[in-house]
Design a protein around this ligand. Structure first.
Ligand code: 5AD
Ligand code: FES
Length: 350
């Protein structure tokens, strides 16, 4: 087996590694190796994006969810969540404020809400697109049929985020009740790509049952899927879930995985997530310096922010969108990057 540094070099050259090599890189990470990885990841990030950081305005428009994922704070069985659903008017109001602040992508995220028929989501998409034709719409509504994904795409949605959560069947079953399957999740992702969405996948770092082997499988799945976006953040326990007492993921491993992803997929859109900012006050800055190039501040109305707590202590639930935009702009500036007003579409190799 080669040493870690030569494996990082090999990854940079070939853009893929064997299972055992990934496992070795994950198990044998040291501060020095991470430093080298991050420097390389930043070089690649700079080559493709300069010092530009893209923003996406996140609108959490429903917290109803029919699923019962063991890690998630808005799971069906959490009866202490006050459920809400924004009206089309309220969603448009979020977009209006977001547009004025410089957002050119709106991420419509929700639990798997039975109220979200194709007709309802189409209406939302059409209303937003009609008023903001220069903006991209990203959906994040969980698993739906091929036909439904196709309809929403035809209604004008540009992108779709659906984290695979873990590529390993046994691990998927630790995180989810039996009615959900890793196979269906992966199929949904292939369907989204086939339809033409800019497609995002991703996983939590440090979720219960995760191993170097399962992480290696995540990287291999991502390499095969070749998505346009990858969202990763630490697992953060939520007190009203079966995983309340589990340990959370670390900043250190999350950053390392970000670095590996940037080297493997040079032009991928890679957010420094809110979860990373939640477990470390400088988490998002560190994420950017490990290779990330996107931030996704919250545009949801202040009144509902606390009701969309997927995990404990989520940041920015008390700040106005304008404050977060400002805050992030100055955080990025401090580390030499710039928030831009741009849709931030995926670009093929350049
Ligand atoms: N900690 C961190 N991330 C979480 N998510 C859900 N629950 C948690 C948690 N407890 C992530 C999942 C999901 C995304 C919307 O949020 O990966 O796909
Ligand atoms: Fe929300 Fe800093 S990004 S307060």
């Amino acid at each position: 087996m080669k040493n870690a540094l030569s494996l990082i070099e090999k990854l940079n050259q070939e853009k893929k590694l064997e299972m055992e090599e990934w496992i070795f890189l994950i198990e044998n990470r040291r501060e020095k190796i991470a430093e080298t990885l991050f420097a390389l990841a930043r070089d690649i990030q700079k080559q493709h994006f300069g010092n530009k950081i893209y923003t996406r305005g996140l609108i959490e428009y429903t917290n109803y969810c029919k699923n019962n994922c063991y890690y998630c704070g808005i799971r069906r069985d959490n009866k202490s969540v006050e459920r809400y659903r924004l009206t089309v008017e309220e969603i448009l109001d979020c977009c209006r404020r977001g547009y004025a602040l410089g957002f050119r992508t709106f991420v419509l995220q929700g639990g798997e809400d039975g109220y979200d028929t194709d007709e309802r989501v189409e209406e939302i998409i059409r209303s937003v697109k009609q008023r903001y034709p220069d903006c991209a719409i990203t959906l994040s509504l969980g698993e739906r049929s091929y036909k439904s994904y196709l309809r929403l795409y035809q209604a004008g949605a540009d992108r779709y985020l659906l984290r695979h959560e873990t590529a390993q069947k046994e691990h998927y079953e630790i995180l989810h009740p039996p009615e959900l399957s890793e196979a269906n999740r992966k199929q949904c992702l292939y369907n989204l790509k086939k339809i033409g969405y800019q497609t995002g996948t991703g996983f939590m770092v440090g979720s219960p049952g995760q191993t170097p082997q399962s992480l290696a499988e995540d990287l291999i799945f991502i390499q095969e899927l070749n998505p346009h976006m990858v969202g990763i953040g630490p697992f953060v326990p939520h007190h009203e879930t079966p995983f309340a007492k589990e340990k959370g993921g670390t900043v250190e491993l999350t950053l390392y995985m970000l670095g590996l992803l940037r080297v493997m997929l040079p032009n991928v859109l890679l957010p420094a997530t809110t979860a990373l900012g939640t477990i470390d006050p400088r988490g998002r800055e560190k994420g950017i310096l490990a290779g990330a190039n996107v931030v996704m501040p919250n545009l949801s109305p202040l009144g509902v922010r606390k009701k969309y707590e997927l995990y404990d202590n989520k940041i920015c639930t008390g700040e106005e969108a304008a404050e977060c935009r400002q805050c992030l702009a100055s955080r990025m500036k401090e580390i030499g990057y710039e928030l831009v007003v741009d849709r931030g579409d995926y670009k093929e190799e350049n």
